[in-house]
Design a protein around this ligand. Structure first.
Ligand SMILES: CC(=O)SCCNC(=O)CCNC(=O)[C@H](O)C(C)(C)COP(=O)(O)OP(=O)(O)OC[C@H]1O[C@@H](n2cnc3c(N)ncnc32)[C@H](O)[C@@H]1OP(=O)(O)O
Ligand SMILES: CC(C)C(=O)C(=O)O
Ligand SMILES: [Mg+2]
Length: 514
């Protein structure tokens, strides 16, 4: 008899803890909508006490997203739990996820608490949260490095106080498949009441074992797995959702479990998360990397041409990647374009399709073949995602040859009309960025800059991502064009718009004046 494993997605909480990733409310909602399409069981929407932005993100998701359970994270204290309860007020199926560390090293050096104190706080916090919300997940942070006997006592307290899920995190990615499986079996044998609750696992990838450890835990009886799209997360990241799901799917004969995930949504969600977070997927990454279905060598190509199963254990269509024979280019019409949107599972209203079709034609004029990745990039680039404070109207650059000096002028549109500025710089991109900085009238604080081609070829669509820093927070912006300087300028303006949306224009102006 197959067991069903629940999928708890934490892209919006642990995934957002990836250094350099900062998602605003609109981006979080877009990702949450993709998680609904994927059919995950639980969405961890954020850590409401962390910042007003996080609180707002969780409450918006709670209000707008129906279907999955919506969880919010809290430390084991009343203030954090109150924030989660408040943020989840409008959720159809709310869950408080509260945690406290149980390893000796965390208790001694970080919490400065004894075992007895941690036991007491576990009970108090679960009992407190339970007054407001029925579904309570309790995590023993750093469980895999905790004393097993003590861990059993902590989980027993949490269950007695009303926890509905107990989570066993491998917080620092330290455990191994055999050891972790044995821990799950030990807990199942020694924690009173554990058969009445879900046993969840949450694995980090510091030794590259996050997925292997999660699979071992499922074999040992875990009923819920925590993961993120593209394996995003703190340090080396979390177990990757796409890898776990495709392991369960492909080796159903071996694991004997199922999930509710619609595998056809995997590629779309991965592309979206990569674009919105600015974190590239490595080309040889399992399932969603560019090379995952590419065959370079003759013997492999020959085998695949005769029967793809010779060298492919998964067909790309299963994860929603199309093997299209219809090539889209400047002679393609609206029917073929709309059909491709449907194949990529984008059901958009006709106004959005009109805008996208115009963009597609514009791109096809500059590019011989428009690939699926280009279309997805155009969809993600749609301007409505962020309220725009500034819009790039045009720019001009004169590049200075070997000395690498350049001058640039930019025209930006604001609600007050057009503003135009010029500047010199160390190369064309720097000159454009400086001109934009002058036009907006405050220091932007560029932290990082990246440029990549969406597909191969000299006419490829260029995607630029920039990261800017303000008051300790990082904002990423993204720009798209076949002209790489224009893509960079768009990304810079997009990041500035996000920063202004988060901080408010007057505050930024005041800080600049001081
Ligand atoms: C393993 C994980 O992924 S845990 C989640 C990690 N994610 C994050 O930390 C991102 C969001 N965090 C934040 O925004 C901030 O750290 C906040 C708002 C939570 C706390 O900020 P601050 O009050 O400034 O505290 P700071 O982060 O410096 O230190 C953490 C404090 O929480 C305490 N703490 C840590 N974990 C817990 C817990 N589970 N339960 C109760 N207290 C805890 C620490 O002992 C420390 O307490 P102290 O201030 O009395 O010394
Ligand atoms: C908050 C907990 C579940 C966590 O992220 C971890 O321990 O890694
Ligand atoms: Mg974690």
């Amino acid at each position: 008899m197959e067991r069903r494993i629940k999928i708890f997605d934490t892209t919006l909480r642990d995934g957002e803890q990836t250094p350099g990733v900062c998602l605003d409310m609109h981006e979080k909602l877009e990702i949450a909508r993709s998680l609904v399409k994927l059919n995950v069981d639980i969405i961890e929407a954020g850590f409401p006490i962390a910042s007003p932005g996080d609180f707002k993100g969780v409450s918006q998701i709670a209000e707008c997203i129906k279907g999955p359970v919506i969880a919010g994270l809290s430390r084991a204290n009343k203030k954090d739990i109150d924030a989660v309860v408040e943020a989840l007020k409008k959720a159809e199926r709310p869950r408080v996820h509260t945690f406290i560390a149980t390893s000796d090293i965390h208790m001694e050096y970080k919490l400065k608490m004894s075992r007895d104190q941690v036991l007491a706080v576990t009970e108090e916090s679960v009992r407190y949260a339970k007054q407001f919300i029925e579904d309570i997940e309790f995590s023993a942070e750093d469980a895999s490095r905790s004393d097993w006997g003590f861990l059993c006592q902590v989980y027993a307290k949490a269950i007695a106080a009303g926890a509905t899920v107990i989570n066993v995190p491998d917080t620092v990615g330290y455990t191994t498949p055999d050891e972790y499986g044995a821990l799950i079996r030990h807990l199942r044998e020694h924690v009173p009441g554990i058969d009445k609750v879900d046993i969840s696992v949450h694995c980090h990838n510091d030794l590259g074992l996050a997925v292997a450890n999660s699979l071992a835990a499922v074999q040992a009886g875990a009923t819920q797995v925590e993961c993120t799209i593209n394996g995003l997360g703190e340090r080396a990241g979390n177990a990757a959702l796409e890898e776990l799901i495709m392991a369960f799917y492909t080796r159903r004969d071996y694991y004997n479990v199922t999930t509710n995930i619609d595998t056809k949504q995997i590629y779309r969600a991965s592309t979206q998360v990569s674009a919105l977070t600015g974190v590239d997927v490595q080309i040889n990454k399992a399932i969603v990397g560019d090379n995952a279905f590419a065959h370079e060598s003759g013997i492999h190509q020959h085998g695949v041409m005769n029967n793809s199963l010779t060298y492919e254990i998964i067909s790309p269509e299963v994860i929603g990647m199309s093997r299209n024979s219809i090539v889209l280019g400047k002679h393609s019409g609206r029917h073929a374009f709309e059909d491709r949107l449907k194949q990529l599972d984008y059901n958009l209203d006709s106004e959005t399709v009109n805008i996208l079709f115009a963009k597609f034609k514009d791109l096809a004029d500059r590019k011989k073949v428009v690939f699926d990745q280009d279309i997805v990039a155009l969809i993600i680039d749609k301007p409505s995602v962020h309220p725009a404070w500034y819009r790039l109207v045009s720019y001009q650059v004169v590049s200075g040859g070997s000395a690498n000096a350049a001058t640039a002028s930019v025209r930006l549109e604001t609600s007050n009309g057009i503003t135009e500025e010029a500047s010199c710089g160390d190369g064309p991109v720097d000159a454009v960025f400086k001109a934009i900085e002058q036009a907006v009238g405050f220091a932007v604080g560029l932290k990082d800059y990246q440029l990549k081609a969406i597909t191969a070829g000299e006419d490829a669509l260029g995607e630029s991502t920039v990261w800017i820093e303000y008051n300790g927070a990082v904002y990423n912006g993204r720009g798209l064009s076949t002209d790489v300087i224009e893509a960079s300028a768009r990304a810079y303006v997009n990041a500035i718009n996000k920063r202004l949306t988060a901080c408010g224009y007057p505050e930024v102006r005041k800080a600049a004046a001081e």
